[in-house]
Write a protein that binds this ligand. Structure first.
Ligand SMILES: [Zn+2]
Length: 306
């Protein structure tokens, strides 16, 4: 089974009107069924520089999610952890760009009521919450006062704070202010490949101590800087993180339909390639299950109550 913490599939469908049921993308319903998906985070990815009003666009994307899930045979929208069941695939709404809140707490509550259960606080731009790690321009800048309030409110509501893309300073503020485990839904290890989107050893250890997880990202730029996303590079990050911080901090956040590189694991139905590679490296089935879904499920259960 698989619980994947990040994809941009709905944003793609929003832009070109294809279907979730079956498409040429990395993720569709058929591929999720094939790979035995337990749960999938569907990010509403909004590029703030390309839209007139990120709040409006984000809501329109959620309309697409609602429409596609309503047509689907196997996918159901999940909110609380008890909605996740191996009898269907649970699709969970998330937002990738805290700027969609437009600095208003009432918009956070609006999104919560629509079913959003996790927010990537920033993408590659500064917003009302904080700063991105993009090109390290704001590496040491922390959360803004509104960002601290958002983290507290997300704790109160039972939403997962997602620190992928966030500045290192912002990450440490989430560790400091969040009373619940936090996640980095689609980030790798900076010690394996030095990229601003990856986490330092210290960040990975802090994330573990907080009870959170990091979803391993399949984007080659974050794996090894090449143009091909290789299974061996994914395994290298997983081995490194396991040796550094233990198995329980590892999850998957492949970033499918958000990455443009060529991929050896060319879509989500081919996740068995990673399973096979990990087995060859001596990972036990229990360890593989933890990486593939158990750790993400543990954090979701702890944080998202309803
Ligand atoms: Zn992203």
């Amino acid at each position: 089974m698989i619980f994947d913490l990040h994809c941009d599939t709905i944003s793609r469908i929003y832009h070109d009107g294809t279907q979730l049921r079956s498409n040429d993308y990395h993720i569709d319903e058929e591929k999720l069924v094939k790979t035995k998906s337990l749960a999938q985070f569907f990010a509403m990815f909004v590029d703030m520089k390309k839209v007139a009003d990120p709040f409006v666009t984000c809501n329109e994307m959620m309309d697409v999610f609602d429409r596609e899930v309503a047509k689907s045979e196997h996918i159901r929208q999940g909110r609380g952890a008890s909605d996740i069941s191996d009898e269907h695939i649970t699709g969970i709404l998330t937002i990738e760009e805290g700027g969609c809140l437009k600095g208003k707490m009432e918009n956070l509550i609006h999104f919560y009521e629509r079913g959003v259960r996790s927010i990537v606080l920033t993408w590659n731009y500064e917003n009302e919450i904080g700063y991105p790690n993009y090109e390290y321009t704001h590496q040491h800048d922390g959360l803004k006062p509104f960002g601290i309030e958002v983290v507290k409110k997300m704790n109160e509501l039972g939403m997962l704070v997602d620190t992928s893309h966030l500045s290192d300073g912002g990450f440490y503020d989430c560790i400091k202010y969040s009373t619940a485990p936090i996640i980095a839904s689609h980030s790798n290890a900076r010690a394996v490949h030095n990229h601003a989107r990856n986490l330092t050893d210290d960040m990975i250890l802090k994330l573990r101590d907080k009870g959170g997880v990091m979803g391993i990202n399949f984007c080659s730029a974050f794996l090894d800087g090449s143009n091909l996303s290789k299974v061996s590079s994914i395994v290298e990050h997983i081995k490194y993180v396991k040796n550094l911080a233990g198995i329980d901090v590892l999850a998957l956040g492949a970033d499918y339909d958000g990455i443009g590189c060529d991929l050896e694991i060319s879509d989500i139905s081919k996740m068995y390639l990673l399973e096979d590679a990990l087995k060859k490296e001596g990972f036990t089935s229990d360890e593989i299950d933890r990486i593939f879904y158990k750790n993400a499920l543990r954090v979701y259960k702890e944080v998202v109550k309803k």
